[in-house]
Design a protein around this ligand. Structure first.
Ligand code: ADQ
Length: 483
């Protein structure tokens, strides 16, 4: 029986070892959250990294790591810490990630990192080939694996290979600065179908292919000498039913031992039911515009002092890539900003920002989503942003206002939100004011439309649309159009 092979940098599970005891927990992040339901419901295996390097796994636990992963139909690929440094912290997160999000000043080009990136991509490709059988479908994910499609194609010329990029693809003028731009485009073009979240990313990619590689591009098809590659946009959705059901079943009171966050939310509900909560959730990443958000909130409190003691920003940041210097600097900047603003505005009974720097269990996320009247998401650039969609899905009484940056891919499908430019503090502050004062009827009208759309374009639909398009492009791979 044929199967789907999903391949991404990280597995949807994360392995850690504490006192020789193995612990397995779910990975946090958009890709893992989104694809998990596709993997759970389908006939697939998932190949990726477990989160521990060879040096970190004692010899006697190696087999156990493998067996734990196999229980979830996952196959771990093993890497040394040198490989992870060069490939993941190096080329992926100091070169591709900043460049593709237009942070050119953060971009470093180290040829030693590039060499390791190639080597590691080859290892991933080899792992796929090892588990591949004729008739299988291969689905490669994201910017860490840009070379993998062609590395598989070289070994399995007839395989059906899809590639999906979860982050933006930059304009040609930015992409052309990559020293190894030809190799990267050729790597991606090993796929039969290449997917992006939005039409803009798709156009940027096609423009780079046509101008750098000079391949003929006709609408959304690239003609290679021996094949046609299809390029299309597939905006990723969420597991809508899961978030909706979790919100419906959720009770603010129902937890066992109360976490710090729950205690604060419960106290807030009891003591100041009329005051508003603004939610902010992201990985701690400079692309997410967290510092802008805090500054815009400060601007709002200065402009509308009547809301002092009547509003609060609840900010949740998940630790991410803390080995990369820019992330360490960002952490410091956010800590200082939160401290400064809390010091500036706090009163005896109130502090303006609750800041949590940690990952949270699903139940706590739902508590937050359902407790906050406003979600404020201000990325400077974001491929999609699933948090925006998750917030709307949990608003089962249809109240709540989403304020969303126009730089997030999701803004293109969520016009009923209050759309802002993340660099315009005046606009953000006006949007907060508008959100606080928005009549309930208007909130419900906007959210009803958003919910209907998100329910329809769920992650299941996203995956099945991609898979159907892949099947079609694989079938027609050798058919050239008459010109
Ligand atoms: P991310 O940059 O990780 O994803 P996003 O799409 O917002 O961003 O997804 C974050 C996920 O992590 C959400 O599902 C959220 O529920 C979860 N999460 C956030 N904070 C958490 C916390 N403290 N504890 C536990 N879970 C938490 C990348 C791209 C995005 C793109 C996705 C999917 O950068 O632009 O939308 O992939 O393609």
């Amino acid at each position: 029986m044929s199967k789907t092979i999903i391949i991404s940098n990280r597995l949807p599970l994360q392995v850690s070892i504490e006192n020789e005891i193995l612990e397995v927990s779910p990975s946090v992040g958009g890709l893992a959250t989104g694809l998990k339901s596709f993997h759970r419901d389908g006939d697939s295996i998932w190949i990726g990294w477990s989160g521990l390097t060879n040096e970190e796994i004692p010899e006697n636990l190696k087999e156990q790591v493998y067996n734990e992963a196999r229980k979830e139909a996952c196959i771990p690929v093993n890497f040394t810490s040198e490989e992870i440094d060069g490939f993941y912290y190096g080329f992926s997160n100091r070169s591709i990630w900043p460049l593709f999000h237009y942070f050119m000043e953060y971009t470093e080009w180290e040829s030693s990192n590039w060499d390791i990136y190639k080597k590691v991509n080859q290892k991933y490709a080899n792992a796929v080939v090892e588990h591949y059988k004729d008739g299988d479908t291969i689905w490669v994910h994201d910017y860490q694996l840009l070379l993998v499609p062609n590395m598989i194609r070289e070994q399995r010329p007839n395989a059906s290979i899809g590639f999906f990029n979860h982050i933006p693809f930059p304009s040609y003028e930015v992409f052309r600065t990559v020293p190894w731009r030809e190799e990267i485009l050729k790597g991606m073009l090993g796929a039969n179908l290449i997917g992006f979240h939005t039409y803009d990313y798709e156009r940027h990619f096609l423009s780079s292919v046509s101008r750098i590689l000079r391949h003929p591009v006709d609408f959304n098809e690239v003609s290679l000498p021996d094949r046609i590659v299809k390029v299309d946009s597939f905006p990723m959705g969420i597991d809508y039913d899961q978030f909706e059901q979790a919100a419906l079943n959720h009770s603010h009171e129902k937890f066992g031992t109360e976490s710090d966050l729950q205690q604060r939310l419960n106290n807030h509900r009891k003591k100041s039911p009329g005051s508003k909560l603004i939610l902010s959730i992201d990985r701690l990443d400079y692309t997410k515009g967290i510092a802008n958000r805090i500054r815009a909130f400060e601007y709002f409190l200065e402009k509308y002092p009547e809301y002092v003691e009547n509003i609060r920003l609840v900010m949740l940041a998940v630790p991410s890539r803390s080995n990369v210097p820019q992330y360490q600097l960002l952490k410091k900047e956010i800590d200082e900003l939160v401290g400064r603003i809390n010091g500036k505005f706090a009163t005896v009974n109130w502090i303006p920002i609750w800041y949590f720097y940690r990952s949270m269990p699903f139940e706590n996320l739902i508590d937050l989503y359902t407790s906050c009247n406003i979600a404020l998401l201000t990325p400077i650039r974001d491929g999609m942003n699933l948090v925006a969609k998750e917030y709307i899905a949990t608003r089962t009484d249809q109240t709540g206002v989403l304020i969303l940056s126009e730089m997030a891919g999701s803004a293109q499908e969520m016009n009923e939100a209050l759309i802002i430019n993340p660099n315009n503090f005046d606009q953000i502050s006006e949007a907060i004011y508008q959100a606080i004062n928005m009549p309930v009827e208007e909130q419900k009208r906007r959210n009803a439309i958003l919910q209907k759309r998100l329910k329809r374009y769920s992650v299941e639909k996203w995956a099945s649309d991609f898979m159907k398009a892949l099947e079609k492009s694989h079938e027609s791979r050798n058919v050239y159009k008459a010109t």
